[in-house]
Design a protein around this ligand. Structure first.
Ligand code: HEC
Ligand code: HEC
Length: 326
């Protein structure tokens, strides 16, 4: 009898401590709202290589001064660390540059989702008068005048240098920008010791407060839209005049209900950012967490919990050969 009870107890304890791993995306992971990033996806390595070169090529801008990397520096966090990006001739944009890392996992591109794919997104900065200020005919003419480029393209694409092939190569390169193997992902994959007690506690709070209702999946965001200010009016409390960029998805759809609706940003590299939110209104991670609690969940998050959530967000930062961690 005693032995049976003991056995029952041991079994119950075993259930509690054993890691129930489930099959997700081809590997075993914990049954959680956040999924690990794949360390590798099948991509044509020749396109990745060419895309990397194009990504750093200033000839994509009108006056040969600005490459994609100018605003999306891969060594820092795939962004420019500025509240607003400076483009051609020092022109200043109206919204914070997001990271390009893991952008291949976003369901749409841009804060307001106006590009359906990475391929489509690339036309944005090239043609934008305050970013690269160029045009496809200009870009094609410059690259076609370079025999090394002509040869590089012709080895991969039958029709050589075209707008579509430039988009294809850069987008393929961007899909390779994955920050895998973060401590949190290693924990998801079953490594008990990968994160600290504080980080684990931060994750449990992140779930308990309801952050995962919007920040979820592989990218801890990037798979749905959400209002900035689901509860309470963030914009009137902010005080600054409303900008076009603040309108979010309304800019694309013209539908009233889409005012202040944004693509929920990925939090994978949030801990490396210098500024938070589309308007870069905040420069401290802890403050960003508090604002989220207040305007998305109607909760005042105590400082202790904020610190734990911040620690969890830091554990989401993975590695990539070009990313230099601070
Ligand atoms: C002058 C600075 C600048 C340059 C140059 C630039 N970008 Fe951006 N990029 C931005 C800003 C700002 C945004 C956000 C715009 C928005 O959402 O309305 C952005 C958004 C993006 C996004 C969307 C990411 C997301 O999470 O929604 C991708 C991908 C991207 N850029 C890639 C590129 C590529 C590729 C190039 C080169 C062809 C490039 N950018 C050139 C500033 C720049
Ligand atoms: C209702 C959906 C929703 C919920 C719930 C939510 N968020 Fe957000 N989160 C968003 C949206 C939308 C943005 C972008 C807002 C903007 O830029 O104006 C955002 C932005 C952020 C940012 C800034 C990211 C960046 O790139 O600037 C952080 C950090 C963040 N959220 C953390 C959290 C935390 C922590 C919680 C829980 C306490 C949480 N969020 C709950 C939708 C949500």
């Amino acid at each position: 009898m005693v032995i049976q009870i003991l056995r029952g107890l041991l079994f119950a304890v075993g259930l509690l401590v054993s890691i129930p791993l489930v099959q997700a995306d081809g590997h075993l992971t914990r049954d959680e709202p956040i999924l690990p990033l794949p360390s590798h996806i099948e991509l044509d390595s020749r396109k990745v290589h060419l895309g990397n070169i194009l990504y750093h090529d200033v000839r994509l801008s009108a006056d040969d001064t600005i490459s994609c990397a100018h605003c999306h520096n891969l060594e820092t966090n795939g962004s420019d660390g500025q509240p607003r990006s400076k483009g051609i001739g020092g022109a200043v944009g109206d919204i914070k540059a997001p990271t390009v890392y893991n952008s291949g996992f976003n369901f749409v591109q841009f804060w307001n989702g106006r590009a359906a794919s990475l391929e489509e997104q690339i036309g944005g900065p090239i043609n934008n008068p305050i970013e690269m200020g160029s045009s496809w005919p200009q870009v094609l003419a410059k690259l076609n005048a370079d025999p090394a480029m002509v040869s590089a393209f012709s080895q991969i694409y039958q029709d050589g240098i075209t707008e579509q092939n430039i988009r294809d190569a850069i987008a393929t390169f961007e899909r390779s920008l994955i920050t895998a193997n973060s401590p949190f992902d290693r924990w998801l994959l079953g490594d008990e010791t990968a994160i600290s007690e504080l980080e684990l506690n931060g994750y449990l709070l992140f779930k308990d407060y309801g952050c995962t209702s919007c920040h979820q999946g592989k990218n801890v965001g990037g798979n749905m839209y959400g209002y900035m200010g689901a509860i309470g009016n963030y914009f009137s409390d902010r005080g600054d005049e409303l900008t076009q960029a603040d309108l979010g998805r309304y800019q694309v759809s013209g539908i009233d209900d889409d005012r202040h609706l944004f693509k929920v940003p990925s939090l994978r590299l949030a801990a490396l950012q210098k500024f938070f939110f589309h308007d870069a209104s905040v420069s401290k991670l802890e403050e960003a967490i508090q604002i989220m609690g207040r305007y998305q969940l109607g909760r005042k998050i105590p400082n202790e919990d904020v610190s734990a959530i911040a620690a969890f967000l830091k554990s989401l930062v993975g590695t990539h050969p070009q990313l230099v961690k601070p």
